[in-house]
Design a protein around this ligand. Structure first.
Ligand SMILES: NC(=O)c1ccc[n+]([C@@H]2O[C@H](COP(=O)([O-])OP(=O)(O)OC[C@H]3O[C@@H](n4cnc5c(N)ncnc54)[C@H](OP(=O)(O)O)[C@@H]3O)[C@@H](O)[C@H]2O)c1
Length: 238
């Protein structure tokens, strides 16, 4: 699980799971580049990580292919890339706003395609994309996110063949306590978390450290590729 002398790029690293992945990589000795659309958010994330000299930032919008091409053209040699971007919208099919649906698709599925196309990795490198429980246990109004997650999981199996020997995997989180929930659940967040935690075999909501630990496994285990690693507290079982 050692990442010394390794450069890890986290696209979506300014918040939530991406920030947890960056923290876990730093703990294993890596240097990290955080990527997001917002300079301000990135600066806040750097301050939160408190690892001076080992964290750089790059502003890029992963929905734009040119941004992603420029990003990988500008970075020093990269060993591992983890992608955690999303613009999440839950949209009922009968009244679906297709402009918003496309934002979800662009922010996750197309972002993954852009990174898979343009990332250039050192020997032994890996790509990890983040999907989520919705690919197997969707909620009502969650068809777009379900389709996006399932699409990435299918594409990753093809990329693991096409980009070999680069290893390409998926991290699929269940409910993880991140800022996304403030937007999705608002004041009901604490109550929803408590109810969900009671149903799960592990009896709690996930943390960004849980997902960061799994991301480090996918970066460092040289025999895992084309796979989906679930970090969801047993959610599909209940
Ligand atoms: N939290 C959960 O319970 C959960 C469950 C299942 C799956 N997931 C998945 O896990 C991933 C991370 O979720 P999270 O909860 O950590 O969300 P989050 O806290 O909202 O973080 C999303 C990150 O993506 C960045 N981002 C969004 N759009 C971007 C774009 N177009 N280009 C570059 N960066 C972009 C955001 O930064 P800026 O706004 O600064 O650009 C932010 O750093 C997502 O794919 C989500 O679907 C999360």
């Amino acid at each position: 699980m050692n990442l010394e002398q390794q450069h890890v790029v986290v696209v979506g690293g300014s918040s939530g799971i991406g920030l947890g992945v960056a923290k876990a990589a730093l703990e294993q000795g890596a240097s990290v580049t955080l990527v997001s659309r917002s300079h301000e958010n990135l600066e806040r994330a750097v301050a939160a990580l408190g690892a001076p000299g080992r964290v750089r930032t790059q502003v890029a919008d992963a929905t734009r292919e040119d941004d992603v091409r420029r990003l990988f053209g500008a970075l020093p040699p990269v060993n591992h890339v983890v992608v955690t971007t999303v613009e999440a919208h839950y949209l009922p099919i009968r009244q679906m706003d297709f402009a918003l649906a496309r934002r979800v698709i662009d922010s996750k599925l197309m972002a993954a395609f852009h990174v898979a196309r343009h990332a250039r990795l050192q020997p032994g490198g890996s790509l990890t994309f983040t999907t989520g429980i919705a690919s197997v246990r969707p909620s009502p109004n969650g068809s777009v996110i379900a389709a996006v997650n399932g699409g990435i999981e299918s594409a990753v199996r093809a990329w693991a063949l096409e980009l070999a020997p680069v290893r390409v995997n998926v991290l699929s989180p269940g409910w993880i306590d991140t800022p996304i929930w403030d937007a999705l659940a608002g004041d009901a967040k604490a109550q929803r978390f408590e109810q969900h935690a009671r149903r799960l075999p592990v009896g709690r909501i996930g943390t960004t450290a849980d997902v960061g630990h799994a991301a480090v496994f996918l970066m460092t285990n040289g025999f895992t590729t084309g796979d989906v690693l679930r970090v969801d507290g047993g959610h599909p079982l209940v």
